[in-house]
Write a protein that binds this ligand. Structure first.
Ligand SMILES: Cc1ncc(COP(=O)(O)O)c(C=O)c1O
Length: 398
């Protein structure tokens, strides 16, 4: 019923699979026929605390009964508290709230341009981003995205964006000049194939931006909020950006985005220069406060790192066993398994086969299996998925 209705009435922009889901609890999703699945995708790195986390549900319930929305022309306690917590736990001094990742990035792009316009440097508007990056689907963020397939049919794009290969410092250095206002990148590329930045590379990028007075923007929409074993992925690299964007896991499934900046960079916006109706509603920020409290706990993050290492070690054993597996990479609990797809099954086939066995995973770039389970995933659940992958790879061998 829901399937046909969706196919009849919703824009056909998503290729969906399976039966409609009716319930989520922790790492388990249940469909309308009672079949259960272990979720190794978490809404694509959204439900980092698992589905219907009791603490977050309680916070939403309480806030829904108290105050759901007022305009940003007024003050509310949850928004103020969340902004303070985010600032205290990061490099940033100020937060702008949005409703999605694309909107948070849109705000970052606008801030970078306006920062230099306000300083009288009118020609400093170019933004350098990375090939294979993903920053969203609005016109500015798809222009920023370093993947041609995302741009198809939407030309002409915005002026002033260029792309250089990720992890290639000399390419970035060559592209840099006094018309560049910002360098924008994901510390670990998600949609691009789960590719972490080399530590030396990020340090050099930071130095180059500092030396040239260019703003460094980190898109942590997929990799922030504990996903990589630290609250924000860049914290493991020992450097900080001038601007950072968050969304996805910030409220564990309630839509929210955040653009955070140092006091200096934040001076690019003043009264009236940017706004959105729903950004930072009491409901979303109350949920996010609970998420932030839980995820920023040191012991919780240490466990994410340990489980990530355990998961990668188990997958590396599959790599030793099967030539089909060519690389295991990632950070924390964002893990990519690259397959040799020159013959036999592709990533999409493995996603479908895992689904039949009751595991939700995802395929990217046609050849990479992406695992992004709730950070609360148990080792036993990791073992179960690895066993399922083992038997599928075994089948490929015959
Ligand atoms: C790194 C990154 N940036 C931006 C976005 C866009 O976020 P949203 O889909 O909430 O607009 C995504 C979504 O996948 C992402 O992974």
């Amino acid at each position: 019923m829901s399937i046909q209705t969706t196919e009849d009435y919703v824009f056909q922009t998503y290729l969906r699979q399976g039966r409609p889901f009716v319930k989520g609890e922790g790492t388990t999703l249940t469909d309308d026929q009672g079949k259960t699945y272990t979720d190794f995708l978490a809404g694509i790195a959204v439900c980092n605390l698992g589905h219907c986390h009791p603490g977050v549900t309680k916070a939403i319930e309480h806030q829904a009964k108290t105050l759901v929305h007022v305009s940003n022309l007024f003050y509310t306690r949850p928004q103020a508290d969340l902004a303070r917590e985010l600032v205290e736990k990061s490099f940033a001094d100020r937060v702008f709230f949005a409703n999605s990742g694309a909107e948070a990035n849109e705000a970052a792009i606008k801030l970078a341009r306006r920062y230099f316009q306000r300083k009288g440097e009118k020609n400093r508007y170019r933004i350098i981003t990375m090939t294979q990056s993903f920053h969203g689907r609005t016109m500015a963020t798809l222009t920023a995205t370093g993947q041609d397939k995302i741009k198809e049919g939407f030309y002409p794009l915005l002026d002033g964006f260029s792309h250089v290969p990720f992890n290639d410092f000399s390419a970035l250095e060559k592209e840099m000049d006094d018309t560049v206002c910002a360098v924008m990148m994901e510390p670990v590329q998600g949609e691009g194939g789960v590719i972490p930045a080399d530590p030396g590379y990020l340090a050099k990028v930071r130095q180059l931006c500092t030396n040239t007075g260019t703003l460094l923007i980190f898109d942590e929409i997929q990799v922030g909020m504990g996903r990589c074993g630290t609250l924000f992925a860049h914290q493991d690299y020992g450097i900080a950006p001038d601007i950072m964007t968050l969304a996805k896991a910030l409220a564990n499934g309630i839509p929210i985005g955040a653009m955070m900046a140092t006091a200096d960079a934040a001076a690019g916006f003043d009264y009236g220069s940017h706004a959105t109706t729903f950004g930072g509603t009491p409901l979303a920020t109350a949920a996010a406060l609970e998420v932030l409290k839980t995820i920023s706990d040191h012991a919780f993050l240490k466990e994410v790192e340990e489980k990530g290492e355990y998961f990668r070690a188990r997958l590396n054993r599959l790599k030793e066993k099967y030539p089909k597996v060519v690389d295991i990479r990632g950070k924390g609990l964002l893990i990519g398994m690259e397959l040799d797809v020159s013959s036999g099954k592709g990533a999409g086939d493995f996603v479908g086969d895992c689904f039949k066995k009751g595991f939700i995973i995802n395929g990217i770039q046609d050849k990479v299996l992406r695992f992004a389970p709730p950070l609360t995933v148990k080792k036993q659940e990791i073992d179960n998925l690895v066993a399922a992958l083992d038997s599928l790879l075994q089948g490929e061998n015959h």
